[in-house]
Design a binder for this molecule. Structure first.
Ligand code: NAP
Length: 356
């Protein structure tokens, strides 16, 4: 005889979703440059743990909790997965089951620029690629428009006017509300800003890699953005997990989650020593290393928001606490400056930013 069915046996993620009523009181939203757009200090990125490589129920649990905790921004791209496109597909499923009633209070982004499909039209910055890709992203995500559409990387062979013109067209077609660029050098950014301004579609946001181990935006980009009234949202603030406790202990289970894009060459004794030093500063602040790395990225003078990638609700909860500790003493900043700095093997996106 089969077991009787009890309502309490239904897993949480299979129950209809109702967002926490106090979600808007949990984070202080920040203005993106001089635009009208506000973002939470921590936003959720769906690059790696939201493809077909992770259980759908875990993804759903993370996104539901994120919304309950006041995270209003989800960052995607056409090729997030693995496989490419699957993060948008999975997000679309959650949109249909859980988030459609909340669509108006979410800021959704997607991007095109890196490789997506084979052949000449699935890569870089052509009008053909960007606009075709956006159509497909909207279908996968089950939305009529995204809030931010990004050129994912600079392209030295396509005129910047064509790439930025494609973002402008997407906005005029009602398929995106704001335009953004990612990993553009300060010089390319200034060029793109001028084109966008002429078209009447200001660039609102730049998405650069920014962490204690990859500080390139401090070398001119943040100044350029502020001169042009643009905001910023950093990515890989945890250097894909390097700036966490993951590599400081002997927990092989944690390390085994390592993704193919993580360069094991960064695990030198010298770098691990620096991580131990940073972890000691974090401990004195009453934070974990991950929390301090995130607080540092969004400190005064840092980026407007930072993306977090998480594989569990536990990580999400730990990371969220970082939003409330963005104050640093001069001594802490000096010690972090001594131990941090650009680190070989961390910045996989530098080549794109270097194009001028
Ligand atoms: P990350 O925040 O540097 O790394 C995230 C990883 O760190 C997680 O997957 C997790 O590893 C680990 N982690 C997170 N919190 C932890 C904690 N409290 N304790 C221990 N480990 C923890 O970021 P990312 O995932 O590389 O990137 C974040 C987002 O940035 C992406 O989702 C995407 O939206 C964006 N991004 C944009 C670009 C671009 O070109 N524009 C490029 C890369 C990323 P495990 O999964 O092993 O648990």
């Amino acid at each position: 005889m089969s077991e009787p069915y009890y309502a309490q046996d239904v897993p949480d993620t299979h129950r209809p979703y109702v967002a926490a009523p106090d979600r808007h009181q949990k984070l202080d939203y920040r203005r993106v440059g001089e635009s009208g757009l506000l973002l939470p200090p921590l936003s959720l990125g769906l690059w790696y743990n939201f493809g077909d490589n992770r259980p759908f129920d875990t993804q759903r649990e993370i996104l539901r909790r994120a919304v309950d905790e006041g995270i209003t921004h989800f960052d995607l791209a056409n090729n997030y997965g693995p496989p490419y496109g699957s993060a948008e597909e999975n997000f679309g499923r959650m949109m249909r089951t859980d988030f459609t009633p909340y669509r108006h209070e979410l800021v959704l982004s997607t991007k095109a620029g890196w490789d997506m499909w084979p052949g000449p039209y699935g890569m870089l910055g052509s009008r053909k690629y960007l606009l075709t890709s956006l159509e497909e992203s909207l279908r996968r995500m089950s939305v009529e428009a995204v809030d931010i559409f990004y050129s994912h990387r600079a392209d030295e062979d396509t005129p910047v006017a064509e790439t930025i013109g494609a973002l402008d067209t997407a906005i005029r077609q009602g398929k995106a509300l704001c335009a953004g660029i990612s990993s553009y050098s300060p010089e390319r950014t200034a060029e793109a800003v001028a084109v966008a301004r002429d078209l009447g579609t200001p660039l609102v946001i730049h998405q650069p890699a920014y962490s204690m181990l990859n500080r390139w935006p401090e070398d001119g980009l943040l100044t350029t953005l502020s001169e042009h009234g643009m905001g910023s949202i950093g990515f890989t603030a945890l250097a894909q997990g390097l700036l966490t406790d993951k590599y400081l202990g002997d927990d092989e289970a944690q390390r085994s989650m390592q993704r193919p894009s993580f360069d094991e060459g960064v695990l030198t004794e010298d770098n691990l020593e620096r991580l131990r030093g940073l972890a000691a500063v974090a401990q004195r602040r009453g934070q974990s290393l991950a929390q301090m790395a995130l607080s540092w990225a969004i400190r005064p003078g840092g980026v407007t928001s930072t993306l977090i990638g998480v594989s569990s609700v536990r990580q999400l909860e730990e990371n969220l606490a970082a939003a409330h500790r963005t104050d640093f003493t001069d001594e802490e900043i000096a010690e972090i400056d001594r131990l941090s700095g650009s680190t070989e093997g961390v910045d996989l996106w530098a080549a794109s930013a270097d194009i001028e």
